[in-house]
Design a protein around this ligand. Structure first.
Ligand code: MN
Ligand code: MN
Length: 321
């Protein structure tokens, strides 16, 4: 006799849900929101993080009274199935990703170096924030969003779009943020500036922390490029530390051994401009990508605020012959 039911009910899938290394506010908020979404769908899910939260994310978690997700460095020792948010590139994910089954991806980045053996739920949209996609998923399913989770999702949208000033911003992001601000019961503009400024006090940060708190690796036509980004409210204080930053970048560049280029994007969130600091063997690709000279390992990037849209594609194209 053949049963149409699973015989062993003791095995219930538990998902670990996580975003990229060096987590930002979207990665943390979306891991929490996606876990809640999966639980609404009857799954067991836990948000985890691939690193400690940054100051901005800590501000949002504290504001809405939510604990930071547990930090993990591997996942296969705990679960066999995972859900990815806010990333898909294996170089940005957990080290043992190849040892687990990815059943869900919700993301708003380019797709690179990602493949699975099994079919999966994969939702990618070219909009400003993963949390906006999740907001749409909640709406589509008529799921309520608890106040604290709405506040975190709102924070993610503010963070990723720099309060709608990034060219990655779409109407969907603005509309989602407005709706989420109502649920979270905050003034969007006031809370938004407070949140963004909470991530700009760099005085207590070491050079290593500045370089790595929001750094990501990218494969560009077989070349490995590391791009970090820091937000400031003016360039003066951070440029006073330029030589120390370049020294540390050079040290990390040599230690990595396989890097083609290391970039630090310093973004003035009030003026929507950036300055780049670069370490590498050759800056021809950088000058070609941004059509500006590299002078003393520094380049001006006027109007640039988005790594995803205004840095990665240009550099990738420059490296791709
Ligand atoms: Mn992110
Ligand atoms: Mn994001």
């Amino acid at each position: 006799m053949v049963s149409i039911f699973k015989e062993d009910y003791s095995f219930m899938t538990k998902y670990l849900v996580f975003g990229h290394k060096n987590p930002d506010t979207d990665t943390i908020a979306s891991a929490i929101a996606m876990s809640y979404f999966l639980e609404k769908q009857g799954e067991e899910a836990e948000p985890v993080a691939l690193g400690e939260v940054n100051d901005e994310t800590a501000f949002a978690l504290n504001y809405f009274n939510v604990s930071a997700p547990r930090v993990v460095t591997t996942v296969a020792n705990e679960v066999s199935n995972v859900a990815l948010v806010d990333h898909n590139e294996s170089v940005q994910s957990v080290e043992d990703l190849s040892e687990v089954t990815v059943d869900y991806v919700v993301d708003h980045h380019r797709i690179s170096g990602f493949e699975t053996a099994q079919p999966l739920y994969y939702r990618a949209e070219p909009i400003g924030c993963t949390a906006t996609i999740l907001f749409k998923m909640f709406v589509e399913h008529s799921y309520d969003i608890p106040k604290a989770i709405a506040g975190l999702m709102l924070s993610a949208i503010i963070s990723d779009t720099l309060l709608f000033k990034s060219p990655t911003t779409t109407n969907q992001d603005e509309n989602a943020a407005i709706e989420l601000s109502k649920i979270a019961d905050v003034n969007l503009e006031v809370y938004g500036m407070d949140l963004l400024k909470s991530g700009t006090d760099l005085s207590s940060k070491s050079e290593t922390e500045l370089l790595n708190s929001d750094a990501k690796n990218f494969d560009m036509d077989g070349k490995k490029v590391r791009i970090g980004q820091v937000n400031v409210v003016d360039f003066e204080d951070i440029l006073a530390r330029k030589s120390a930053l370049l020294d540390q970048m050079a040290t990390e560049f040599m230690a990595a051994g396989d890097l083609e280029l290391s970039v630090l994007i310093i973004t003035d969130i009030l003026e929507s401009n950036s300055i780049g600091l670069v370490v590498g063997n050759d800056f021809a690709a950088v000058e070609k990508a941004f059509k500006v000279p590299v002078v003393e390992q520094q380049l001006e990037l006027p109007g640039v605020v988005s790594r995803k849209k205004q840095v990665v594609p240009q550099l990738t194209e420059s490296y791709t012959v």
